[in-house]
Design a binder for this molecule. Structure first.
Ligand code: NAD
Length: 292
């Protein structure tokens, strides 16, 4: 039986860990939140008192933390890397700066540790249904080693390239997501204000050249799709505060790679505005609210 250590049991980490357990794996976990630890023990996760304890006597260590600061704090400040057995494969699933990710994996390598970056797409629903897409960076051998574990939590596993490449793919994807969500909201607003029914307009555009994932699967206009966050006051889903985090990381990536990103910049300004309005805990399709 594979023994997994899991650090960061939040909205994504908890259902991912549960999927490993339902596939017969033994999971020990740690989170700084007492509430999450309580939920973890109710979900058959062996609760640990700190990250170090969660990293002992395991085959694989998975981290699913909110940001780069938390990832650095776990691996560096708490000297985790220096204390992990070299037989353990480390799978870092948080969305963080590709540079931080690469630096961390180089440090791991210098300590004879195997580490890959494997950020995800698919949201909480994808995590619950084991339907995540993993974008993986690292050596071919380590990616192959990780596949049997990742396949218990996701449906698509892509090897993007060397360490940090998974993070680059994730940031490109989320910048594009913000752009087509904002564009979809803008077009729907113009159509409705010009007298069209949002459902009729959505149907037309989805069967025409304007069709895209935001319009077809995650429609931002309230009432068009009963199950989308837009029809539930934009509650749940992928929060604006996570989208702005990813857009700021994408901006850094654009600067580092000397890439012009005028569309990404426009989308980021809209998400900045949502945050300024105090709407950080609404789903990212609430960008529709800015097109009044
Ligand atoms: P979350 O805030 O719900 O969970 C993060 C967990 O990490 C929290 O429970 C927090 O208490 C814990 N934590 C923070 N610092 C810690 C530390 N030092 N040691 C141990 N635990 C610590 O966030 P989430 O929604 O689960 O997202 C996790 C990551 O996945 C983020 O990087 C996010 O960008 C990415 N992501 C999220 C979604 C989504 O839809 N929520 C989708 C794709 C990717």
């Amino acid at each position: 039986m594979e023994k997994i250590g899991f650090i960061g049991l939040g909205n994504m980490g908890m259902p991912m860990a549960q999927n490993l357990i339902s596939n017969g794996m033994k999971v020990k976990g740690f989170d700084v939140s007492e509430e999450m630890l309580k939920q973890a023990s109710e979900n058959n996760i062996m609760v640990c008192s700190d990250a170090l304890q969660a990293s002992k006597e395991i085959d694989v260590l998975i981290t699913m933390l909110p940001n780069g600061e938390a990832v650095s704090s776990v691996f560096n400040s708490e000297s985790l890397l220096e204390n992990i057995d070299p037989s353990v494969l480390i799978i870092e699933c948080s969305t963080i700066n590709p540079k931080t990710s690469k630096e961390l994996s180089l440090k791991a390598l210098s300590l004879n540790l195997e580490m890959i970056d494997a950020p995800v797409s698919g949201g909480v629903k994808g995590a619950e249904e084991a339907g995540l897409t993993f974008m993986v960076g690292g050596s071919v051998e380590n990616v192959e080693k990780a596949k049997p574990i990742l396949s218990k939590m996701g449906k698509n596993i892509f090897h993007a390239g060397d360490s940090g490449s998974g993070q680059i793919a994730k940031l490109c994807n989320n910048m594009l997501l913000a752009i087509h969500m904002s564009g979809t909201a803008e077009a729907l607003s113009m159509g409705v204000k010009s007298g069209l029914d949002p459902s009729v307009l959505s149907e037309i555009m989805s069967k025409s050249s304007g069709g895209n994932w935001s319009l077809d699967k995650y429609n931002p206009y309230p009432g068009v799709m009963t199950e989308s966050p837009a029809s539930k006051d934009y509650q749940g889903g992928f929060l604006n505060k996570l989208m702005i985090k990813d857009l700021n990381l994408a901006k850094e990536l654009a600067q580092d790679s000397k890439t012009e990103t005028p569309m990404g910049d426009s989308a980021r300004k809209l998400y900045d505005e949502l945050i300024e309005q105090g709407l950080e805990d609404l789903d990212f399709s609430s960008v529709q609210k800015l097109f009044k």
